[in-house]
Structures are given as C-alpha cells and as structure tokens.
Design a protein around this ligand. Structure first.
Ligand code: TEU
Length: 560
C-alpha cells in the first residue's frame, strides 16, 4: 500500500462543529459540549470519521472564540475540562476522531501575555507582539484589517502601535520570537497529550511577516505577510517537534494563497501539514474580487479554479474540499436554489465536490441543506465583521441602507452561524432559552428529524457520499480531468486510476440540458453508482443523455 492509501484521513470525511450554534443542553441560548455529546450518535449515523471543533477555549468572544485569552482552559459557556474529556472519550468509543482549532496568528488582547505587554516596554511579553513607532504621528503602515479599518492600534502609554490583521482585540503574535514558537509547541503538546487527534490551524499562512513593514502602495498590505518569508520553516519545525511526534492530522487554513505554496504546505513527504484549505473557489461571486457586493457566480471561473487545483495538487499535495464553514454563506443559497430545487441542488453541489480528490468537510447543517436565514434588519446580525462593514458601507462609502442589507443577507458570516434546526419545535429544538442568533424561519420544514425520516433526504444522500468514498478507490487515488471546461451549464469531470474510471456529471442550473459524453469513453461497461433523481431514471449508460434541473450522475467503469 502506498502512502496515499495508508493514511486514514485521505479517504475520510470530516464534520465541522461551531459549538455556539450546535446544540444547547442547558437552556441558555448558546450551544455547549454536552450538547455535542448528545448528538454523537446522530453523527455516527451520518458516518463521518472526525469532528473539527472551532475554538472552545477561554475567550471574551469578540470573534466567537477566535480571540483566545487562555489556551489551556475551556470557555465556561461551553462547559469544563471534564466535559471535554468526556466528549473525547465518547467520540473515540464511536470511532470518531477529534480535531481542535488552534489560533496562533494572534491572541485576544485579554490574554495575560498581551495585558502584561500593553503599556509596558519592559514586560517579558512585550516582544510576543508586533510593536512599531508612529510615522508622522500616524499608523506605521496603511495595512487594512480583514474586518475593516487600519490594522494598527495605538498603545497610548508607550506611543507605539501593535499590529492586528483581524479585530483590534486580536493582537498578532511575533513569530520571530523563539519564545512564542515554544509557547505554541507547549499548547499543541498539551492537547495532543490528552488524546486529541488533529489540529486545524487558523490563518496559518499569515504568521510570518516581512520584517521591513512597508507601506503598501498597491494594496491592503497582504502581500507583505501572506505566505511570508519564514512560514515554511516554522511549519516544518512545528511538525517535527509536535505534530508528527503525535501522529496528528493537520489542516492549515490558507488565506489568499497560491497553488505553489499549497503544494509545499501539504507536500507528500509529511514535513509540513496534512492538507490545506484555500478559498479561491468561494470568490466566484465577488464582483471584481470584492466580497461586499452582490453578483451572480461565474460558472466557468468556478470550474477553471477547481481544474487548476485538482490537477495541480495531484501527486504533489492534498486539499481539504469544502463548500461551507462558519465564515461562508450557505452553499445551497449561494450556488444552488434554496427554494424549488433546494434538495436537488444541495445534492448536486455535494456530488460535484465529493467526487474530487481531497478530504471533504461537511459544515453543520449542510447535511440537511440549511439555507441563509434571510435577515432583513441590522439588529439581527451578531458578527463583528458584518456590523463593522455595515457602518463602513453606509458611513464611509455612502451606500444606501437597503442595498447594504441586501449584501449582508448574501455575504454575512452569520448566514452559516444560525442555530442547527433539529426538529420542528420552538427554536428548531436548538435551545429552550433565547437563541443568541435567530433561527431561520424555515425550521419547521427543514430540520434533522424530517431529514432522518425521509429516505430521499439530503442527509441520506450525504451518508451515501461518505460511504462511496470509502468503497471506491479512484475517488481517493485517481487523477482528474475536466471533460467539458467550456460548457456553460455542465460540470463534467473524470477521475482515473489504473483500475477504475469515474465520471461525475452535474447540471449546475435549473433548466434541463443535453449532455454528450466523449465517444472514446467505454461507458457501456460502466454503471451508475449515484444520482440525485430517482434511480429508475438513471437506466443504462448512454453517450447522449438528458439531465434534469440540478441533476447529478456518477458513473463508474471498472477496467479489466
Ligand atoms: O478566518 C480567516 C479569514 O481570513 C476569513 O475566512 C475571514 O473570516 C474572512 O476573510 C472575512 O471576510 C479565520 C476564522 O475562520 C474566522 O472565523 C476568524 O474570524 C479569523 O480567522 C480570525 O481568527
């Protein structure tokens, strides 16, 4: 067996939990660890191999846990260390691994390192962060925070600025300092010693900043810290001293990266990370690259991005495959049809992603095709990025309020953070208290209870996708080619290994379409293994076929 077949995570499917919105066991309006434990059997039924938990550590929750104030303590909103140990034990008993989120590009400004460093140049922790003198009484560079505004904040007492690429309550760590790197190793070792199976590394390609801190005349500064000068060195060091020692799986979140960098981050020699998230395919509905716009998605561009990454990573690296996470709107509302063809389009989107090479991630609620909630007033939003951008778009850019609300309704991160719809009782069964973020109104129709009971549900389809990945090797090992890159409506690609060929055909639109498969394919010898319309309609493979709205078909040919 070669390496690609040996490592468990290459044919696995991972489920992402955003604990605050998953399940509330104690009527307080926010989800918790005991709520997760109560749903492990549900996740076992789905068939996933591992859970990625977004941050559960102590945090003032300015950015819902991505602002950590103590890496060794569980946030009491979620429970205590005893609850976490129980979760680990119960998950492991069911053969489900646990992956924790490690946020070490920055800490909360409530972390004791930062509290000691602020206002005190002599603090032993001062050099844990990035401080610069003002230039002409202004911030040292024009870099822009990912959440809007300048990325530097003044420490009045010492008259120096600290860097924050995200909120001003999230101060960037200075990775040039070897003590910072040692602290990170200690944190990761602590959780690995407990038996945690892997780590998701938040914005890990931003940790190494170019040391001259230049003004960016061409952009927002990202070119001076993205995939920075020492990032590969730091990751190799972390892998050697902690990840590989514990056999931990690792997935790095890569912001605005390139294929070449990702081949290195996830190189098959295992010296850096197991796999990487990149976001290029989720920018196809950004008008001129700008997120805060409403635009239809560019289908040809979507395919060409997938083609670039699927071919470029083959035999060189490994991708995390995903449509959704806690920062992205719901995919069925975004690229599918969340009304008439909600079920069909959700299954089609899932098929077209899950038949690719990589490790698929399912974000909570995606498996029942939850939709964006369609909020219509700013009071309904909780995410600081959304509230910041609302202010900026109205007050600085002079946009009209209704237009801004329409943009938020499509682009806000809160779209994916609404509570999970477990059943048709009040608040979708998420809590008996007042939910911290409003439940989508469609919970009576779209919920887990309904999905479990309906054998044609999106849930049971995801179950099949997970199963098929384990049974059909070519999905893990095969190469990739797009059979119709220019087709305006069909995404049709082929996966090939010595033993098998798999053809994945997807209609991305709400109108039926004819599809003519290349005549050199031996499709008569193949059989359909999956489709999102009733099986009777699949019939015998033909070169010429008609696809219904949002139809998907997967054809497998065994070579003899
Ligand atoms: O996100 C990193 C990131 O750059 C985005 O996905 C971000 O949310 C987007 O650019 C905003 O438009 C990670 C986490 O997933 C996110 O939840 C955190 O807010 C962020 O890092 C900071 O830790």
């Amino acid at each position: 067996m070669n390496k690609v077949e040996r490592e468990w995570w290459r044919s696995a499917t991972i489920y992402q939990i955003y604990p605050k919105s998953f399940c509330d066991s104690s009527d307080k309006g926010t989800g918790d660890i005991n709520g997760i434990i109560s749903k492990l059997d549900y996740l076992k039924t789905l068939g996933i191999d591992a859970i990625w938990l977004t941050p559960i550590y102590l945090s003032p929750m300015i950015d819902n846990g991505y602002d950590i104030s103590d890496y060794y303590t569980i946030n009491p909103d979620f429970g205590c260390m005893g609850d976490f140990d129980l979760l680990l034990e119960n998950a492991h008993q069911r053969g489900i691994r646990i992956i924790l989120d490690i946020v070490v590009n920055h800490t909360s400004t409530e972390h004791h390192w930062f509290k000691s460093a602020l206002g005190n140049k002599e603090s032993e922790y001062r050099d844990y962060y990035i401080w610069k003198d003002p230039i002409n009484g202004q911030a040292p560079t024009n870099w822009v925070s990912k959440f809007g505004g300048n990325a530097w904040e003044l420490d009045k007492k010492t008259d120096q600025y600290y860097l924050h690429l995200f909120a001003k309550e999230q101060a960037d760590l200075n990775w040039e300092n070897p003590n910072v790197r040692d602290q990170v190793k200690n944190i990761i070792s602590f959780w690995a010693e407990k038996g945690v199976d892997g780590f998701r590394l938040d914005v890990i390609n931003l940790i190494s900043k170019q040391q001259d801190y230049l003004n960016d005349e061409q952009g927002d500064g990202r070119r001076f810290y993205t995939d920075g000068p020492r990032v590969h060195e730091y990751l190799r060091d972390l892998s050697e001293s902690v990840f590989n020692k514990y056999g931990a799986v690792t997935v790095g979140e890569m912001s605005s990266t390139t294929l070449q960098e990702c081949q290195k981050y996830s190189s098959l020699d295992g010296k850096e990370l197991s796999m990487v998230f990149n976001f290029h395919h989720l920018k196809v509905d950004y008008a001129k690259g700008e997120k805060w716009t409403n635009a239809p998605f560019d289908f040809l561009q979507l395919k060409s991005i997938f083609n670039h990454w699927q071919q470029g990573m083959f035999a060189k690296g490994w991708s995390a495959l995903f449509w959704c996470n806690h920062d992205q709107p719901r995919i069925v509302s975004r690229l599918g049809d969340d009304q008439q063809y909600r079920v069909e389009s959700a299954k089609m989107l899932a098929t077209s992603l899950h038949m690719m090479q990589g490790t698929p991630y399912i974000y909570q609620g995606e498996e029942i095709a939850m939709t964006n909630p369609g909020y219509s007033s700013i009071e309904q939003y909780r995410d600081l990025e959304s509230t910041n951008m609302y202010e900026i778009m109205i007050n600085k850019l002079g946009k009209n309020k209704q237009d801004v609300l329409a943009i938020l309704a499509q682009k806000s991160r809160d779209n994916s953070r609404t509570p999970i719809q477990w059943d048709n009782t009040e608040n979708g069964g998420f809590t008996k208290g007042v939910p911290w973020l409003g439940v989508a109104e469609n919970y009576k129709k779209i919920n887990v209870q309904q999905a479990l009971a309906d054998k044609n549900s999106v849930f049971h389809y995801y179950r099949k996708l997970i199963e098929i990945r384990k049974e059909v090797d070519v999905i893990t090992t095969g190469d990739y080619s797009d059979l119709m890159p220019e087709h305006p409506q069909l995404f049709c690609y082929q996966r090939r290994s010595e033993q098998q060929t798999l053809i994945c055909i997807n209609n991305y639109y709400g109108e039926s379409v004819e599809c003519e498969l290349p005549s050199n394919l031996q499709i008569q010898q193949g059989k359909y293994i999956l489709g999102n319309y009733p099986e009777l309609m699949l019939g015998k493979p033909q070169h010429l076929l008609k696809l219904e709205p949002y139809e998907s078909r997967v054809l497998l040919i065994e070579h003899h």
